[in-house]
Structure formats: structure tokens, C-alpha cells
Design a protein around this ligand. Sequence first.
Ligand SMILES: C[S@@+](CC[C@H](N)C(=O)[O-])C[C@H]1O[C@@H](n2cnc3c(N)ncnc32)[C@H](O)[C@@H]1O
Length: 312
Amino acid sequence: MSTIHVPVLQDEVVALLAAVRDGLFVDATLGLGGHASAVLAAAPGLRLIGLDRDPRALELARERLEPWSDRVCLVTRPFADLPEVLDELDEERPIAILADLGCSSLQLDSPGRGFSFLADGPLDMRMGASGPTAADLVNNAEEEELMRILWKYGEERRSRAIARAIIERRRHRPLTRTGDLVEVVLGVLGPGRRGRIHPATRTFQAIRIAVNDELGQLERFLEPAAERLAPGGRLAVISFHSLEDRIVKHTLQRLEGRCTCPPDLPVCRCGTRSLVRRLTTKPVRPSEAEMRANPRSRSARLRAAERVEDEP
Ligand SMILES: C[S@@+](CC[C@H](N)C(=O)[O-])C[C@H]1O[C@@H](n2cnc3c(N)ncnc32)[C@H](O)[C@@H]1O
């Protein structure tokens, strides 16, 4: 199974998270359990709660994590629900939390999940098993909304023309297959050039982010996760595009909370709380060797922070 999804920056994640003392490790994006199994193998004192919104991923992860089954609890939930999950399970404060964002290769490479512009399949793109699909979105959203999604989440320069072409196309027949969406995009952008990214890359990224509310999930996850960490606990986040990385970077900077009072004030008046200390001021990137061996790691960026002591 290890060939289905190759964990990115695995050694770096293990070095960061297995270094903590014993306690609870939350893998908020368990996927196929690649990172989780490596951390559990390296740190015998850690127990795992593994979250994923994809029930199929959890089934496969359960098999992979069988050797540590007495230390593992798996939950099908989106990671923005982490505080509720910890409360429902009556759990202690985690000592390590990992989020390896985006899709797994299992999702991207299964045409039946509708994530890929390279193989025809139902226009779905949901990581979980419920909620509106990509087809629901492209067949029902207003033109302005489609344009906004393509621009904001895909940074697609021809967002207006593509949104208009989607509206035009669905007037005759709804888009139901990934191939339908690819056809519309190619109709606007042309076939693309050899050696360049596929013309539908940005559109598919944008629709996927919107369908799964990926940035909203991340924004709702980070601060409560840092808040819940036990003092000395570590949060590590791997992102795969600049929209995610920007949120992670700015949130960790804000949670590090540098005091903004004038230097001559004897006591802090601005009320800034310092929740974490950043362990990475620059993101950790995969080595050349990792990028060669696993081209999907190319855009990965790892940022991490450590929880400071609770305020008295
Ligand atoms: C890149 S994969 C993780 C791979 C994993 N680290 C491994 O080594 O096998 C990302 C996983 O996160 C899940 N995911 C993405 N967003 C999520 C969210 N908001 N809540 C829970 N799971 C999410 C996806 O379903 C996918 O299985």
C-alpha cells in the first residue's frame, strides 16, 4: 500500500513530532496513514487519534496501522471539528498535531472520485461522502460566483471567460463528467503547450477547494488546534499551494503574538497573547532527491510551531 500515497517530508515530520514527550498525537489528515505509522514507529509513547473526512482512506489506514492498533483511534470527521472530537472522546490535550493538507494520491488517481482532469469520471471532487459535488456547484452557481471561485482559489486569469463558458454550456446540457469541464476549459484556453501545466489545472484546483471548503477548514482549524496543544506540544502543517501556505504562515505569526506596545512602556498593554513559538520561520522544502523520487512533493512546504506554557 505504501506505493499508493508517498508521504511527503516524512523524515522532517518524524524528527519534529517524535521528539515530543509521551502523550496524544493527532493526525488531522490521516490519509493512508503514511506519516502516522512512521511517527508511531519512532515514538512508542505516543497514542494516535487519526481524523480524515474520507471514509475510504480511513479503511485503508486502519489496515496499515494494524501493528499499533492498541494505540490508535480513527474518526471520520473534518479537522475543523477537532475540538469537538477531543471533547467527545474526553481526551487529554495533544502533544503533537499534524495536518498534511490537500488530497491523497488515492483520491487524485481514482477517476471515480472526479478529482482528475486526466481521466474521465463523475464530476464529484468531494473528499468526504456528503455535501454538494463539483457538478452541483458548476451547474447551479451564478456566473459571478463561479468567476470569483476560479479567480480566488485557482488564480485563473481567464476566470471570467471560463465562468461564462460554463454557463453557456450548462444551458444546453448540465456538466456531469470531469471530461465535460475539461472540454469547456479547453474551449476557452486552447489545448495548452507541451511542457506547461494542463490548461484545466487551475480550474480543477479552484472547484476542488470550493467543494471541500478547504481554506475555511484550515482557518477554523489552526488556532483552536494551537490552543488545545499541551504546553511544549508541536503543530506541523504541510501545505501544497500558496493560498494554504499564506494562511498557515500568517496564523502562526499572529499566534506567536509579538507585543506591539511602544518599547518604553514598562508593562504590556496591547494584550497580545503568545500561544506558540515558531520552529520554522522559513518553510521546510523537500530535498532535490525527494522531489525527483516523488514529483508530487515539489510544491510542499512544512511549517511548525511549539505551544508555549499556559498563561497563569
Ligand atoms: C495529503 S493526504 C494525507 C496523507 C497522509 N499524511 C499519509 O501519509 O498517508 C490528505 C488527506 O487529508 C484529508 N483531508 C483533507 N482536508 C481535510 C479536512 N478538512 N478534514 C479531514 N480530512 C481532510 C484528505 O481526505 C486526505 O485523505
